[in-house]
Ligand binder design. Structure first.
Ligand code: LLP
Length: 416
C-alpha cells in the first residue's frame, strides 16, 4: 500500500485522516495530498546529496497547487518551471526567484522578459534561436541573462515513449555535437552569462544507469568547455526518478544521489536536480464514488464520478494505478473495469480489478499526486475536482471544487 495510507478496521486512512469522512465532508471526486509525504520526499533528496553543494528544484508541472509550492518554498526548495504561469505561482507561494530554473522548448518573448525582470537563477536553453532571443531581450532591458544549455545526450531512458526526452529523435535540448560551438557563441554574447549545463532524459525512470550515462556525457562536455575557457558552475541533471505504481522497483532517493555523486568523483560543482514525480507522486490519492454498477455478459463495469478529464494518465499512457475501496467489504470480489461518465471508450481509470463493490462506495485511486490534477481538464464541461491537503488528522481545502460559473466565465454568446 502507498506511503502514509493504512487500513484501520476496514477503513482507509491517509496519515491519521479517515478518507470516508473526507469524501463525505468534501464530496467526490477530490484529490487528497499528504503533507508528510511531500515533505519527506523532498527531505530525502536534500539529505541524500549530503554536503555536496546542491539544490533540489521541484518540477512545478507535477503538481502546482499553491499550498504544495509554499510547503516546499518554506524548506528553501528550488523550482523548475516551464511557463510564465508557473513562475507566477512559485512567486505567489513565496518561492525565491533566485532559486528558479526555467525549462521548456518554447519560451515566449514575454515569458523571457518576465523571468528576467524577476531575476530567476537560470534559463535552461533548448536551441540556438532561443539563446539569441534571450540575448536580444536581455540587452534591450539592460540585463544579463544567466543560462545553461540543455543538452540532448542521446541516452535511452527506457521509459514510456511519450515521456522519454533524451533521444536524438526527441524535440528536446541541443544536440550533443553542436553544444560546444553554441557554448562558445554564448560566451561571446553581451546579454548572456553562462552558469551551467543541463539535461533531462525522461520521466519515470526505474534504473540509475541512464542518469549515470547522461552525466558521463555531460562531464565530457564540461571538460572540453573548460579547456576552452568556458566555466561551468553547476550541473543540472533534470528530473525523472520513477516511483512504484505496481511492481516497479525504482532506485531510492539515496541510491539515485549516490550514483550521481560517484560519477561526479572529485568534481565539487553544484548539482541541481528537477524532480517532480518522486516528490509528490506517492503523496496523493483521488477519491471517487461508485455511481452505478453494470453487469454485462462479459464484463462488469463500475461507473464512478471521476473521469479521464480528472485523471488522464490511464488513457494517455496506459498507466496502472492501484484502486482501493475506502471501506472494505467481505463479499466475494468480482472483476470490474472502473470507468468514468465521459463519452469516450478511453475513459477508464483501471481495468479488470478484483473488487467487492456496491453503489455509493468510495474508491481511492493511488499514486496520483504527480500529473493528476495538473493534467486535468474541463472536458464534457466537468468542473475540476477539489484538492485537499491532510496534515495528521486535519484537512485543508487547498483548491475549491470549480463551479459552473468558473467554467463559463469569459465565454460570450455571439450577438446575432
Ligand atoms: N525537468 C524537465 C525539464 C521536465 O520536462 C520534467 C518532466 C521534469 C523535470 C520532471 O520530471 P519527473 O521528475 O516528474 O519525472 N505527464 C507524464 C510525465 C511528463 C513529464 C514531463 N517532464 C506522466 O504523467 O507520467
Amino acid at each position: 500500500m502507498m506511503k502514509n495510507l493504512s487500513e484501520r478496521e476496514g477503513t482507509l486512512y491517509f496519515e491519521s485522516t479517515n478518507l470516508e469522512q473526507v469524501a463525505q465532508q468534501h464530496g467526490t471526486p477530490c484529490y487528497v495530498y499528504s503533507r508528510n509525504g511531500i515533505e519527506e520526499n523532498w527531505d530525502a533528496f536534500d539529505k541524500a546529496f549530503g554536503s555536496h553543494p546542491h539544490l533540489v528544484c521541484y518540477a512545478v508541472k507535477a503538481n502546482s497547487n499553491l499550498s504544495i509550492l509554499s510547503l516546499l518554498a518554506k524548506k528553501g526548495s528550488g523550482f523548475d518551471i516551464v511557463s510564465g504561469g508557473e513562475l507566477e505561482r512559485v512567486l505567489r507561494a513565496g518561492g525565491k526567484a533566485e532559486n528558479i530554473v526555467f525549462s521548456g522548448v518554447g519560451k515566449t518573448n514575454d515569458e523571457i522578459k518576465f523571468a528576467l525582470e524577476k531575476g530567476i537563477r537560470c534559463f535552461n536553453v533548448e536551441s540556438e534561436s532561443e539563446l539569441e532571443h534571450i540575448n536580444d531581450i536581455a540587452i534591450a532591458n539592460n540585463k544579463v541573462a544567466p543560462v545553461s544549455l540543455r543538452i540532448n545526450p542521446d541516452v535511452d531512458a527506457k521509459t514510456h515513449p511519450y515521456i522519454a526526452t533524451g533521444l536524438k529523435e526527441n524535440k528536446f535540448g541541443i544536440e550533443f555535437e553542436s553544444a560546444q560551438a553554441i557554448y562558445l557563441r554564448a560566451a561571446s554574447m553581451k546579454g548572456i552569462r553562462i552558469k551551467g549545463i543541463d539535461v533531462h532524459i525522461g520521466s519515470q525512470l526505474t534504473d540509475t544507469q541512464p542518469f549515470v550515462d547522461a552525466l558521463d556525457r555531460v562531464l565530457q562536455l564540461v571538460n572540453t568547455l573548460e579547456s576552452q575557457g568556458v566555466t561551468i558552475h553547476h550541473i543540472d541533471m533534470g528530473g525523472g526518478l520513477g516511483i512504484r505504481y505496481e511492481s516497479e522497483t525504482p532506485p531510492s532517493h539515496v541510491d539515485y544521489a549516490q550514483a550521481l555523486l560517484k560519477k561526479l568523483g572529485a568534481t565539487k560543482k553544484e548539482i541541481l536536480i528537477e524532480p517532480g514525480r518522486a516528490i509528490v507522486g506517492n503523496a496523493g490519492v483521488l477519491l471517487t464514488k461508485v455511481e452505478y454498477l453494470k453487469h454485462n455478459q462479459d464484463r462488469n463495469f463500475a461507473i464512478v464520478d471521476a473521469a479521464m478529464n480528472d485523471l488522464m494518465r490511464p488513457t494517455l499512457y496506459d498507466a496502472w494505478h492501484a484502486i482501493t475501496p475506502v471501506t472494505s467489504r467481505t463479499s466475494t470480489p468480482q472483476a470490474y473495469d472502473i470507468v468514468g461518465p465521459v463519452c469516450e471508450t478511453g475513459d477508464w481509470l483501471g481495468k479488470n480489478r478484483q473488487l467487492s463493490l456496491e453503489e455509493g462506495d468510495v474508491l481511492a485511486v493511488e499514486n496520483v499526486g504527480a500529473y493528476g490534477f495538473t493534467m486535468s481538464s474541463n472536458y464534457n464541461t466537468r468542473p475540476r475536482c477539489a484538492e485537499i491537503l491532510v496534515d495528521g488528522d486535519k484537512t485543508h481545502i487547498v483548491r475549491e471544487r470549480e463551479k459552473l460559473d468558473d467554467l463559463l466565465k469569459g465565454e460570450n454568446i455571439f450577438p446575432v
